[in-house]
Design a binder for this molecule. Structure first.
Ligand code: URA
Ligand code: ZN
Length: 381
């Protein structure tokens, strides 16, 4: 059996849950007065006053905060290593003065959780990797801090925590999106410390794109999660490209959630629109425009998770970035089976099947995507 590494798997540490429970505005957790599971209200469209609070958002249970539930899920699905990350909306909404303290609290908690699990599973560090569950983590960033230097310091501090591998970040950056020049010190620190950035969506598209505020009551989360999330990722990374982030920081390493949203599929169109844009200097305009092509960035700076639930999406990701840049993930604990959590999760088995179907002629490539690539890229030893 190949080594299986899950690079897209989330937690809300208990301190974060407690903070969400104390809040009354998005993001927050609502505890119903009956014995039902609490509700997680993190998307702005979830906070619909016409829906009773105990039906808003989605149920949230111990799979979000209890690491023993994560370990059982790993065992059930044959996952050897999980690289856990704080789930959305991370620390984006934290008061500026508290951002640093929350980042340190969350990241120290993630480090302590990994260290304890790894030690408990193998006190002498002698057991083979495929006979235990091992954890690493990606850190959260204090992006709402008053000064980007706070973010830079945390990126550097994370390098000193033995089980931390990379950082997770949403698409709002310091509040103005990822083409904001004020982020340059952050890109510089990521490049200098050779830190992988996991870019993950949260904000989606405005409700109007989906038919207005009652779209959620009609179709639940299908439109924001299936379409809003991937387009958000695509727009964010395209704005980085257009503003020259990859020209200024050619050593950046970015893992895109959900196989890059729609970036692999739309890369040709993006490149064509750049080529035909009169504003850009190459066409006689007055704006620099990107010097590196989308294709070059996809094959040099971008890694893609294999969380796309189907062969066509995976083939687009493969063609755009290459099989050595594709990494298995689950998005646990989101997308649980609705008929009870004891059986295999279709959200996981669908991705296993897509990987096997796409690379059926090469078991080595299947092994790379399932875990070999992640172990190499994130130095998981
Ligand atoms: N997956 C996530 O990571 N977050 C969500 O809110 C939904 C699915
Ligand atoms: Zn996710």
């Amino acid at each position: 059996m190949p080594l299986i590494v899950d690079i897209h798997t989330h937690v809300y540490p208990p301190a974060y849950m407690q903070m969400l429970r104390a809040r009354k505005t998005v993001p927050y957790v609502h505890d119903p007065s009956n014995n039902a599971d609490p509700r997680l209200i993190i998307l702005s469209s979830d906070d619909d006053p016409s829906i009773p609070p105990d039906q808003r958002g989605r149920p949230v249970d111990s799979s979000y905060w209890d690491i023993s539930v994560k370990l059982a899920f790993m065992r059930q699905h044959g996952i050897n290593i999980s690289v856990i990350s704080l789930a959305n909306p991370w620390l984006d909404f934290i008061e500026p003065g508290e951002a640093q303290i929350w980042a340190e609290r969350i990241n120290d908690d993630l480090e302590a959780t990994c260290a304890k699990v790894n030690k408990d599973a193998d006190p002498e560090n002698t057991r083979p990797i495929d006979q235990k569950e091992t954890l690493f983590a990606m850190g959260a960033l204090p992006l709402s801090a008053p000064d980007p230097a706070v973010v830079v310091n945390e990126i550097k501090r994370l390098k000193t925590l033995p089980n931390l591998r990379g950082v997770i970040m949403g698409t709002s950056g310091l509040g103005k999106g990822l083409d904001d020049a004020a982020l340059d010190p952050v890109w510089g620190a990521l490049q200098e410390t050779d830190t992988l950035l996991f870019l993950h969506p949260h904000y989606g598209l405005p409700d109007e794109a989906f038919g207005g505020p009652d779209a959620t009551s009609r179709y639940g989360h299908v439109l924001p999660l299936a379409l809003g999330f991937p387009l958000e990722t695509t727009i964010a990374v395209t704005r980085m490209l257009l503003s020259g982030v990859f020209d200024r920081f050619p050593g950046l390493k970015i893992l895109l959630a959900h196989s890059g949203g729609t970036l692999p599929f739309l890369a040709g169109r993006i490149e064509s629109c750049i080529l035909h844009e009169r504003k850009f200097v190459a066409a006689g305009g007055d704006v620099q425009g990107p010097r590196r092509s989308v294709w070059d960035v996809l094959k040099t700076n971008i890694y893609l998770d294999a969380v796309v639930y189907g062969k066509p999406g995976l083939e687009a990701a493969l063609a755009a970035s290459g099989s050595d840049r594709l990494l298995f993930g689950t998005d646990h604990p989101f997308f649980p089976p609705l008929d009870g959590k004891d059986g295999d999760w279709p959200s996981v088995t669908t991705n296993y099947k897509a990987i096997n179907a796409t690379f059926e002629s090469s078991s080595d490539t299947v092994a790379d995507v399932l875990g070999g690539n992640a172990a190499r890229i994130l130095n998981l030893k």
